[in-house]
Write a protein that binds this ligand. Sequence first.
Ligand code: HEC
Length: 132
Amino acid sequence: MREIFYRMLIRGILLAFAANILLMAQGDPEAAKMKNPVASTPESLAAGQQLYQRHCASCHGKNGQGGSGNDLIPPAPNLIDAEWKHGSTDGEIFKVIKEGVPPELNMEPWGDRIKDPDIWNIVNYIRSLAKK
Ligand code: HEC
């Protein structure tokens, strides 16, 4: 009797873990609804490129291919493949850049240093990299 109880308890805990991982991989439904207000014009891409190369390339790579990380920071993910741990829509990517990825904040929030329209420019630029 006792053994069955423990088995059910462990199964419950495992299920809760699995559900949590699924939820995390789903990104952010609220942010996903956000529409990108900045058209992907040559001007937007040029502005995005400048900011990306200055602030992001050191970790995510010059071409968005991802980085190897170091003792302090885990590898920064590839931004030009189809895999998006925190959501693949423009709105979700915007939110990750603006607010960072809590709780570790290895991906730090940039909202205090980069204005919203410029964050959208970076989103547009990342998209353009992925298409090449
Ligand atoms: C100090 C290194 C570092 C810098 C600088 C940095 N990032 Fe990140 N970034 C990370 C790490 C590490 C992660 C993974 C975070 C996690 O999943 O916990 C990440 C995650 C992301 C993600 C989510 C990727 C996914 O798969 O969902 C995006 C988008 C992103 N970064 C964009 C940017 C942009 C744009 C900039 C520049 C404004 C930038 N990052 C600057 C380290 C960095």
